[in-house]
Design a protein around this ligand. Structure first.
Ligand SMILES: [Zn+2]
Ligand SMILES: [Zn+2]
Length: 243
């Protein structure tokens, strides 16, 4: 979800503007008068961003603690229904990595080169945000989650079967192994690369759901390294409306 920005002309027409147009003027297509586009901070505020100067992850934390949109109870799946379930998603982001030169050095031998790796210290910060879902979307989520689990199981199982089949084969046809091993390792390397590209960030199934929440795609794009974990879903009770 990318943010959309608008300015209103005196004639009542809403003009779609881009962030880079902040501070310029636009011609109204209806009344042909010039409309001033406010500053980017103001544009963000007008689009419902109450904290235009915060980092995306800080906006999420802020909105979360104030129970403001997108965490006010609207379903993240359809954006229409009221949420009745919440799935905790923990986002861990690496804030800092430093190498501790004081001791902890361990030599790594690669060929004839001796490399020294310092003991790295990492500082991770995690935020748990609820994926809010209405009953219908929750069902869809559970089904997708189940499919992802089954898929992982099948992958592990087929790897085991392939491995043992290869061992049996190797036992009986030793001569063919060299050629076959070459082909298989090549395919394996390609598959691993594709797999790595996809799982480096997160499970595509979680990604699809999470990126529907405002600021989450921006927050993820802003971080170089992060980890995600999905918890068990529970019932979500909307905040009591006090009249
Ligand atoms: Zn106009
Ligand atoms: Zn829904």
């Amino acid at each position: 979800m990318t943010e959309k920005y608008f300015v209103e002309c005196g004639c009542g027409i809403k003009l779609r503007v881009e962030l880079f147009e902040a501070g310029t003027t636009k011609l109204c297509p209806s009344c042909k008068s010039e409309v001033k586009v406010p500053s980017s901070t103001k544009l963000k505020e007008l689009s419902g961003d109450k904290y235009p100067l915060l980092r995306p992850i800080e906006k999420i934390q802020q909105a979360l603690s104030n129970r403001e949109p997108p965490f006010d109870g609207q379903c993240h799946g359809c954006d229409v229904e009221q949420a009745t379930y919440q799935v905790p998603v923990t986002l861990s982001m690496m804030v800092e990595r430093s190498v501790n030169d004081e001791g902890g050095l361990r030599p790594t031998v690669t060929g004839n080169i001796l490399l020294y790796t310092g003991a790295a210290e990492e500082l991770w910060q995690s935020t748990t945000l609820p994926l809010l879902l209405c009953p219908r979307c929750h069902l869809r989520f559970q089904a997708a989650n189940f499919r992802a689990k089954i898929y992982r199981l099948i992958k592990t199982f087929s790897l085991l079967v392939l491995g043992s089949a290869f061992l049996c084969f190797a036992y009986f046809y030793t001569e063919l192994i060299a050629a076959l091993a070459g082909v298989i390792s090549l395919i394996g390397a390609i598959a691993w690369m594709i797999q790595f590209r996809h799982t480096k960030k997160l499970d595509p199934f979680v990604n699809e759901w999470l990126c529907q929440i405002r600021w989450v795609p921006e927050a993820l794009a802003a971080e170089d390294e992060f980890q995600l974990s999905v918890g068990e879903s529970s019932l979500f009770t909307p905040r009591e409306v006090t009249a």
